[in-house]
Design a protein around this ligand. Structure first.
Ligand SMILES: C[S@@+](CC[C@H](N)C(=O)[O-])C[C@H]1O[C@@H](n2cnc3c(N)ncnc32)[C@H](O)[C@@H]1O
Length: 224
């Protein structure tokens, strides 16, 4: 089934609100467990970048895991970034010395001041029309020992399969979320496509890609 791109930024207020209020607990806690399983033992990043942070559900999970790290949360949508800020504000009132930056910026324009120990991104790549711009942003943000973890949806084989996934995982969700999920599945990249991208940008020796559910893949730094 051919890929049908969707708009990159999520800026429509109704779409953003419904995404921010959706219950991603099952999928997100599963993906975070996969992330934790793949992290090298005793890896404690001092600097963390969350690309395409959206309303901050994954961002807050990362923050709770590494509360002493410096964070950059980046999204090109002002509305999304505001929701992320609000969510992070509710997390703790303890004064810490770590730095938390919220950047309203396109990944295409992002040039970090210095590389990050951990670069994380969930559910962003399928939004990006030229996927090499995504990999370029990753490459600009890492050093030799950075840990990279990327997760995203994978495009089903057919429309029938797409509709089955909507029924299985979004049946009780509002129409707008169902439509979002449908569009995202059609815009998602397949594992073979991600592997091909990695070969082209020469990250294939550094990163593993694997399916982890019937609709998600993860890509992460290979163990040394
Ligand atoms: C599906 S949401 C994922 C949000 C969050 N990572 C999560 O897991 O819930 C994708 C986010 O990427 C942002 N985005 C899409 N294209 C972008 C780009 N080119 N540069 C920066 N952010 C982008 C959208 O605005 C949206 O907030």
């Amino acid at each position: 089934m051919v890929r049908i791109p969707e708009p990159e930024l999520m800026e429509d207020p109704t779409q953003v609100e419904s995404y921010a209020n959706a219950d991603f607990e099952t999928a997100h806690s599963f993906l975070i467990r996969k992330f934790q399983d793949r992290l090298p033992q005793r890896f404690v990043p001092e600097s963390i970048l969350d690309l395409g942070c959206g309303p901050g559900d994954m961002s807050s999970r990362l923050y709770l895991q590494f509360p002493m790290a410096n964070f950059t949360f980046l999204d090109g949508s002002e509305f999304m970034l505001d929701l992320c800020k609000k969510r992070m504000d509710t997390l703790d009132s303890e004064k810490r010395n770590n730095k938390i930056d919220f950047k309203k910026e396109l990944i295409q324009d992002f040039v970090p001041e210095s590389p990050y120990d951990l670069v994380f991104s969930n559910s962003l790549l399928h939004h990006i029309h030229d996927p090499f711009q995504f990999w370029g942003a990753i490459q600009r943000s890492i050093h030799n020992d950075s840990f990279i973890f990327i997760s995203d949806l994978m495009r089903p084989d057919s429309l029938t399969q797409t509709n089955q996934l909507i029924e299985r995982y979004a049946n009780n969700e509002p129409e707008i979320l169902k439509r979002d999920f449908y569009n995202s599945l059609l815009a998602a990249y397949r594992i073979e496509e991600v592997k091909e991208m990695l070969e082209i940008v020469r990250l294939d020796t550094k990163l593993n890609v694997e399916p982890v559910t019937d609709r998600h893949w993860i890509c992460y730094t290979k163990p040394r």
